[in-house]
Write a protein that binds this ligand. Sequence first.
Ligand SMILES: Nc1ncnc2c1ncn2[C@@H]1O[C@H](COP(=O)(O)OP(=O)(O)OP(=O)(O)O)[C@@H](O)[C@H]1O
Ligand SMILES: [Mg+2]
Length: 245
Amino acid sequence: MSEIVVKDLIKVYKTGKSEVIALRGLDCTIKGSEVLAIMGPSGCGKTTLLNVIGGLDRPTAGSIRFDGVNVVDLSDADLVKHRREKVGIVFQFFNLVPTLTARENIELPMRLAGKSSDQMKKRADELLKLVDMEPRAEHRPDELSGGEQQRIGLAVALANDPPVLLADEPTGELDTQTGQQILHLFKQLRDEYKKTIVIVTHDQRIGQIADTVMTIVDGKITGTISGAEFSANAKISTESPPSPS
Ligand SMILES: Nc1ncnc2c1ncn2[C@@H]1O[C@H](COP(=O)(O)OP(=O)(O)OP(=O)(O)O)[C@@H](O)[C@H]1O
Ligand SMILES: [Mg+2]
């Protein structure tokens, strides 16, 4: 179970002569073993935030404390180690290696972490079972449906058993029912495996599983409510009659 405390996070992208300020002094705390949902308009900095929390990119300023350790201070080599051991990332477009089977995709992060063949096989079997994909283990990504690819994507993110999962619109490409299955899996990962989970999403059903829902606008957190409050508000807004035009 891992807690993450983000303070005064700033990310400026420089391209040629222009600058984009993607995060402008963002503060947030992600408690251990909670599902935090992040919502906000396109371009407000959601993916940037996940990338810097996940150590895929470095912030321009600020701190990100993972169980007390400031990730921003880590050397490049330590950051790679941190990324491999502490976080699993689930991408919107599944991000599987097309030439590898589902099982080989799941084994890849373990191979990079130097696990033995026995360890890789045992863990891949466990994960294929968890995401209910045992019958498709030898399929390549193009032989899987979108929802199946996303379940394998989740298994890949979990391969090295990281305490933290970061997911960027994991249901964005899926139909309603398949999206619901994926949300249920995240809930199970929190409840049974005590994972700390951050999900960027536009999916209104997130209130069903999120402990906390934060809104980002223009690179800053502008609101924080509980998942229950979020669900209640979503219900009111869908039930209220259309306003007169
Ligand atoms: N590598 C980059 N170089 C320059 N600017 C970037 C880069 N990545 C993102 N940006 C800019 O930073 C801002 C935040 O981008 P980000 O991808 O974090 O938004 P987002 O909230 O994830 O949006 P969406 O909902 O569309 O995915 C945007 O204005 C974007 O154009
Ligand atoms: Mg994004």
